[in-house]
Design a protein around this ligand. Sequence first.
Ligand SMILES: Cc1ncc(COP(=O)(O)O)c(C=O)c1O
Length: 426
Amino acid sequence: MKNQTTYYSLKDFELSLNLSATERAEEFQKYINQLAQFGYESYWIKSYSGIGAKMKLSQDREVISFVSNDYLGMSQRTETIQAGISALTMYGTGACAAQVIGGYIDIHEQLEREISDFTGQEDAILFSSGFGANAGVLNALLGKNDIAIIDPFIHTSALSGLKGTNVKRIGHNNLEHLETVLKDVQDKYLTKLVIIDGVYSQDGDLSRLPEIINLCQRYGAMLMMDDAHGIGVMGVNGRGTAEHFDCLGKVDIISGTFSKAFGCVGGFVASSKKLIQYLKYYADSNVFSAAITPQVTASILKSLELIRNMPEIRHKLWDNVNYLRKNLTLNGFDIGKSLSPIFPIMIRDNNKVYEVANLLQKSGIFTVGIVYPAVRIKEARIRVSILATHEKQHLDQLVNALIEINKNINFISNGESIKNTQKATY
Ligand SMILES: Cc1ncc(COP(=O)(O)O)c(C=O)c1O
């Protein structure tokens, strides 16, 4: 370790001008040693079972898990598994070609149609990950004469699509700042694309979508919303953050993933017919990559059918979310501005985060610590994701364990607790 009070973070081993790749990899051992010294065992942990409300950390040790984003429990349902098996039998294990050159099967087309309808857009293109969707669409659309105006909390996958263009960061959800920038760039770039998330993945708060749509329209900018955590979850019918805000059809580009509420893997971009047609020839992560597999496509289609036809699954999720919110806030825990199934439990100290995560794990609860540089040190937290498949008893166990741990570590008093009693009701 550096010394008693200074610790290594992942930031210390990023690309640097002074060290070669091999030297950096050698140096990185210091970080791994430090984790071992803290006894932190949550990264690259192995599960011996599917990962949902529970997971097995060894053949005979099952813990309650709060790390999966399988919000509706779709990954473990008989219907989605059977749909995948049928597609395997019918199509085989892979399409084994990019869609543009022959790897495009009928159920891909069906999924494009259904996901574009669900998100209120004209058309859609599929990707084999949500990461690829964001990176691919942005690589294709923005060049040196264009500008991306971004919320600082958008996902890394979107940032990775912005390397060849101009970027301006605004304050998080800061409408005044956005307006100033939109005015400033109005005549300077060919494409002005504002990029936001529907639901932000670290804080679980929502974008100020209606106001942002208005500003984009007023200043002639396009709007892209990554709704990875909103699709299937937000809105009366689970159609996402646009439905939640009654803005379906008003966002130019919606991207999303099938790895969360759909319980599978893969991603999509939904937009106008013309734009999707363009992306089908220029989005590199689609055009130069093998198509999403048949069994995954069929399982996603089944998830979508269940999302549409079984609202009771989503109601159970929201019942759980509102129950946990009430109990965490009643007991003084700071959950920031979360309005979704993602709860940050603020600890505000990297090392205490490791300690709390370790103690939770010892009491049979698996969570993940989010520390610098993923968030600022003063915003270090445990992040929990709530699923429809959690039982009330799991949520009670989490709150009770946190209360006990806080008696020893005293992390509640680390920051000003924001009293968050807002909730989304459908
Ligand atoms: C906001 C957001 N966008 C995109 C992604 C990438 O999705 P995928 O896991 O399908 O690559 C994630 C995944 O964590 C995410 O949280």
